[in-house]
Every structure is written in C-alpha cells, then in structure tokens.
Ligand binder design. Structure first.
Ligand code: S3P
Length: 428
C-alpha cells in the first residue's frame, strides 16, 4: 500500500496511543508461565503482540476476552505443551527470542518461523548462550530462522555477561533460567529496557556499575494482571512531529515512562524542545503519564553510545528531529540498528537522501547537518517493510511543500495499527 501525506500547516489534538508492544508481548508470555488466571487490560491489537498471543495459545494458554480485558489461563512452567504446529512469530524478534528461552527451559520441541524480515535477522546471539545452557538448536545457515528447538532433559544454569545491550537477549536467557534448579545470572553493563525484570519481579543487584539479574525455578511467577500503558515508542513519532512543526500542540495520554525506554525525552529536552509531563503515576510495575508537546526551536545534539539502548527504537524518528535542528548532530555506537526489522542505518540514510538532506552515513551511526529552515518539495519514501521507517517518513512528509509518497505503508500496523488515522486526526 502506498500512502500519500501532504505537508501540514500545524498539528493540534489529543491522542491515545497503541498499548506498549514490548510489555504486551511479555504480559502474554509471562501469563503462560503463571499458574492461574491473569487479566490483562489494554492488550495490543498490533501485529507483533497478536503473533505472540497466538504462539502462547499454541503452548497451552487459554485466552478469552471480557469487556476489553484479556483473560489468560496460564499453564505454569511445568504445564507448557508441545505445539502441534509451527510457532509463527511474524515480524517479531521479541517473540522469537523470548519464546526460544521459554522452549529451551521447558524442554519442549518446536519450530519457530517468521516473515522474510525476521528470517533475515541473526539468531546467533541467542543460539550460542542457549547451547551453553544445554540446548539443541538447528538454524538455517547456523544463524537464521526457521529455528528448530529440540527437547532437552536438563538445563545448565549459567552466568552470562551480555555481549550486546539487548533486552531480547537478556530476557531470553532469564526465561530459560527460570526453569533451572540453580540460579542463572545475567550481567548487564549498559541498561537496556527492564520490563522483564519488573514484571517478573526478579532479583537484581548493582555491582561496580553493572546490573546482575538472577532467575531460577525458585522464583515465583507473579500474576500478570495490569493495564498495559501506551507505547512510548509510538509517542516518539508525535513528540518529534510536534516539536518540528510551528504552532503544534499535542496532548498524548497514558504514555509509558519507563526510564530505560524514554531517553528521547531528555534528548529532545536538551535540544530545546517544549515538552511537559503531567499526571505521572504507576500502572502495575510501570510508570505512566501524559505528555504535552509544542512546536520548538531545536539545536543540534551528540548522542553518546551509552544511551543508545534507551532510545534504540526512537533513532529513526530522532534523525528527523536532527534534520530541523540548528547545527550538526551525531548518532554513534548504534551499530545494533543494522540488525533491526531492516538495516535501519541504511533505511534512515535513504529517507534523508529522498529529501536532499545534508548528512553522512557512518558504520555505526549518522552525522546530520541540520537547518531549522530546511525544506523540500516532495519525496518518495521506501519503508523497507519496516514499521518505524514508514512512520518516521510520514512525520518527515509533514514538512514537505507538496504530497509525499510512502511505500509499504501498511507495515505501521506491526506496532501501531491506527497510525494513519491518528495522523489524519492531527492534521485534520
Ligand atoms: C525489544 C528490545 C529491543 C527493541 C525491540 C523490542 C524488547 O531489541 O529494539 O523493538 O521487547 O525486548 P534488542 O533487544 O534487539 O535491542
């Protein structure tokens, strides 16, 4: 599907976001591990969380809905069943990596499949440590899905220092560890999103600047009854749309404000953005609040490698903000972007090139020479079937003088099914 987006005069309105994708997927998987009923409010209808929910049902969870609340009858760790069919993770790296940990831990045989993008993403980072725990995994070309996970009788717990700051890898190993008699410990140098630790209430301690998280069979799985907050990564598109558009004023309600996710707030704040947070509160184990964003004058910023894990999914849209900031901005130490739904450094470069921006692509980041007066006539964007590239291109299109085109725009539904309606509402 090709979407046409016109330049916008101003953006005004109030938005409610799609439910958080990462938390929704975890809520489904952790409910399977819980023995009894979890009641999940505001479960995401987006494609990735729906793929995860189907997999969890194939592993034995019974799911029904009552007045918008998802009721998941979990199986407990001992009761997970072997799936009769392949587990289709769709586009979701989180589903494939977290479920692999569960399957290895539970000693279940299964085949995990995914779409073309997911089958092109390396799974070596989970295969190697899971094999060190005793797993037998067969992967296409030793690295890619489909993955065949073979039943094992006993799991070897381990101490694992994360070689990359990845929450999917961390969660995969901790989930396998939850099935071991002895403790598995994951050592994290740079903080990545901590939803798994929070929602499973795992033991955590800080030692010499590192975080050590442990998991074993002795850990009780908590009931997963809470309301999923709005997705900060979805809010990011409106935060940038708001700051780069003169006269904009957008209220975004019920946004997840987990500090391991929302570095973009500080980054935009340092760039000079007019952003206010109201009504901060806790929703279960996660902080939430409302955000008001207004059109602002931005200045350039340098993004250091240490904070990349806390804004990794927001870097495509942050590059759009950088284009309209005074001066030269840099993103460095972001090589992980090359392993997302598509190579996002390449995809951002193509997006910026389409509007004639002044920038340089680096191996692990970008240098963007911004200009608050930057303008372009119109552009044709390729989303590379990547939801975040499609949505970032749409926000950039709002700054064009004429209509721009976005290819494969339907990919937004991977995380944000109502994105195009919300865009229409704001520009309306
Ligand atoms: C996610 C972790 C991140 C993020 C992805 C969701 C998660 O991936 O990019 O969109 O839910 O754990 P990595 O763990 O590969 O960094």
């Amino acid at each position: 599907m090709i979407k046409s987006v016109s330049g916008a005069g101003s953006l005004k309105g109030t938005l409610r976001l799609p439910p958080d994708k990462s938390i929704s997927q975890r809520a489904a998987i952790f409910s399977l591990l819980y023995e009894g009923e979890s009641r999940i409010g505001n479960y995401s209808q987006a494609q990735d969380p729906q793929s995860t929910l189907r997999c969890v049902q194939q592993l034995g969870a019974k799911v029904k809905e009552d007045s918008g609340i998802l009721i998941v009858e979990g199986k407990s760790r001992a009761g997970i069943v072997e799936p009769k069919q392949d587990l289709d993770c769709g586009n979701s790296g989180t589903a494939m990596r977290l479920l692999s940990g569960v399957l290895v831990g539970a000693g279940i045989s299964a085949k995990l499949i995914g779409d073309a993008s997911l089958c092109g993403r390396t799974m070596t980072r989970i295969i190697e440590p899971l094999e060190a725990m005793g797993a037998h995994i067969l992967a296409r070309n030793l690295a890619y899905a489909p993955l065949f996970i073979n039943r094992i009788d006993s799991l070897r717990p381990m101490d694992f220092e994360l070689p990359v700051p990845s929450a999917q890898l961390k969660s995969c190993i901790l989930l396998a560890g939850l099935f071991g008699e002895e403790k598995t410990r994951v050592i994290e140098k740079l903080p990545s999103r901590d939803h798994t630790e929070r929602l499973l209430d795992l033991d955590q301690k800080k030692e010499k600047g590192e975080k050590i998280i442990s998991a074993s069979l002795a850990d009780e799985i908590p009931e997963q009854s809470y309301t999923i907050p709005g997705d900060f990564s979805a809010a990011a598109f409106w935060l940038v749309a708001g700051v780069i558009q003169e006269d904009a004023e957008i209220l975004i309600e019920n946004v997840g404000l987990n500090p391991t996710r929302n570095a973009l707030l500080d980054i935009l704040g340092d760039m000079g953005a007019d952003i206010t947070i109201e009504n901060e509160r806790m929703e279960g184990a996660e902080p939430v609040g409302n955000i008001i964003v207004k059109g602002s004058d931005l200045k350039a910023i340098q993004i250091a490698p240490e904070i990349i894990p806390n804004c990794i999914d927001e870097l495509p849209i942050l590059s759009v903000a950088m284009l309209f900031a005074e001066g030269t901005s840099t993103i460095s130490g972001a090589g992980e972007l090359r392993h997302k739904e598509t190579d996002r450094i390449m995809a951002i470069s193509k997006m910026l090139k389409a509007v004639g921006a002044n920038f340089e692509e680096q191996k692990d980041g970008l240098i963007i020479h911004g200009d608050p007066e930057f303008t372009f006539q119109s552009a044709e964007f390729d989303s590379f079937h990547d939801h975040r590239i499609a949505m970032a291109s749409a926000v950039l299109s709002l700054k064009g003088k004429e209509d721009s085109m976005i290819k494969d725009a339907e990919s937004a539904a991977v995380s944000y099914p109502a994105f195009w309606e919300d865009l229409h509402q704001l520009t309306g």
